[in-house]
Design a protein around this ligand. Structure first.
Ligand code: NAD
Ligand code: WQD
Length: 340
């Protein structure tokens, strides 16, 4: 299938580009490189001998999106593009509403105008707020504590309304838990522009010597060792989940699926697993809780398996080994790539 992949130069998008190519699909990327390096494209080109088809552009430009869909004959859209930093979303809410909500509305309008009504949307476990039930099923009540989370909830509501107004739409809303890991080639990985907000890239930067220690945000949560518990999922499993979810687009529907492993791991378990995988010591200090954090969050992923046959296969050691390969081969991320 020919598929428009918005944000396809980003962390999850670039791994999904690989999974799509491996499954025989033809992805076409639109990315404005707000949070990606163009060097991703040459790295993907190294893996597949030809560079990805990528149009540098913005999802807010509906005219451009319509032209790309028509020029490339795209039959479906996988929509990753947007901003994702929770703290920044509280400081700059309009930026988040404009791109994540407004940009998605423009994209949907371009799709409607070109008659493409098949969509996979990147949502997040953040729409479950502080969970009342663990593992979290898709019919768990929705709420959120951040502007970033609000943008995901608004877009989910927009998609449900769109499907109600025109039942020909086929929409898969994928709620990711905590994506980590990197492609096993060591060529592609997560490359935060500034200080990492998320645990795994922070641990990796400590292990490689870019940062002196990890701050562990609280050890007084009601969890086995007191530190926060999350459902870390290998980004390659997540990418394959998108390929599997394409099968849902054969029939009109609007369906939400959790993409997680169903297993929770604490911050200290992650530190230990990373030390095992890297052979490096990861010093840490216990600090105060991070405002807005919750104790535990992990998925009931059974619906995804029942509807698409997909389930996460890669374990914690593989996630850490792949991050370490990426981080140690590219200590400064894509900045380390000589002109390719
Ligand atoms: P990312 O920042 O690496 O990728 C997003 C991509 O979108 C980047 O390449 C960026 O340049 C591009 N982009 C941003 N604004 C754009 C615009 N206006 N027009 C065109 N391109 C634009 O993030 P990611 O981790 O790959 O996340 C992808 C999606 O998954 C996002 O929607 C994110 O909210 C969602 N998500 C991510 C996580 C996570 O922890 N990484 C968890 C749940 C959901
Ligand atoms: C994991 C655990 C922290 C950093 C966020 C977003 C969510 C989704 C994924 C996009 C927690 C602890 C972290 C550090 C630490 N993104 N931690 N020291 O908070 O589960 O989810 O990213 O949709 O919306 O909220 O992920 O990786 O930030 O934190 O102790 O330096 O690690 O307290 O327990 P989180 P995370």
């Amino acid at each position: 299938m020919k598929i428009l992949v918005t944000g396809g130069a980003g962390y999850i998008g670039s791994h999904t580009w690989i999974a799509l190519r491996e499954a025989g699909h033809t992805p076409v990327i639109v990315d404005n490189f707000a949070n990606a390096s163009p060097r991703v494209l040459s790295r993907l080109g190294q893996l597949f001998q030809t560079e990805p088809v990528c149009i540098a552009g913005d999802i807010r430009n509906a005219t451009l999106i319509e032209r790309v869909i028509e020029d490339h004959g795209c039959e479906a859209v996988i929509h990753f593009a947007g901003y994702k930093a929770v703290g920044e979303s509280m400081a700059e809410p309009l930026k988040y509403f404009e791109v994540n909500v407004g940009g998605t509305e423009r994209l949907l309008t371009a799709m409607a105008n070109t008659g493409v009504r098949k969509l996979i949307f990147s949502s997040s476990a953040t729409v479950y707020g502080d969970p009342e039930i663990l593992p979290i099923p898709e019919d768990h009540p929705l709420s959120t504590a951040s502007v970033y989370g609000q943008t995901k909830l608004i877009v989910e509501d927009m998609l449900r309304a769109l499907h109600a107004s025109d039942p020909q739409w086929a929409i898969a809303i994928l709620r990711y838990f905590n994506p980590v890991g990197a492609h096993p080639s060591g060529l592609i990985g997560e490359d935060p522009a500034d200080t990492p907000n998320n645990l795994m890239p922070f641990i990796a930067q400590v292990a490689v010597g870019r940062r002196p220690h990890l701050n562990v945000f609280g050890n007084d949560y009601p969890t086995p060792d007191g530190t926060g518990v999350r459902d870390y999922i290998h980004v390659c499993d997540l990418a394959e989940g998108h390929v599997a979810a394409l099968s849902l687009l054969d029939e009109p529907q609007c369906t939400a699926l959790n993409l997680g492993t169903g297993k929770g791991h604490s911050v200290l378990e992650m530190v230990e697993a990373f030390e095992r995988a890297s052979g490096r010591h990861v010093p840490y200090r216990i600090t105060d809780r991070r405002p807005g954090d919750i104790a535990s969050c992990y998925a009931d992923p059974s619906r995804a398996e029942a509807l698409t046959g997909w389930r996460a296969e890669r374990g914690l050691d593989e996630m850490c080994a792949d991050v370490w390969r990426w981080q140690s081969q590219n200590p400064l991320g894509y900045l380390d790539v000589a002109a390719e």
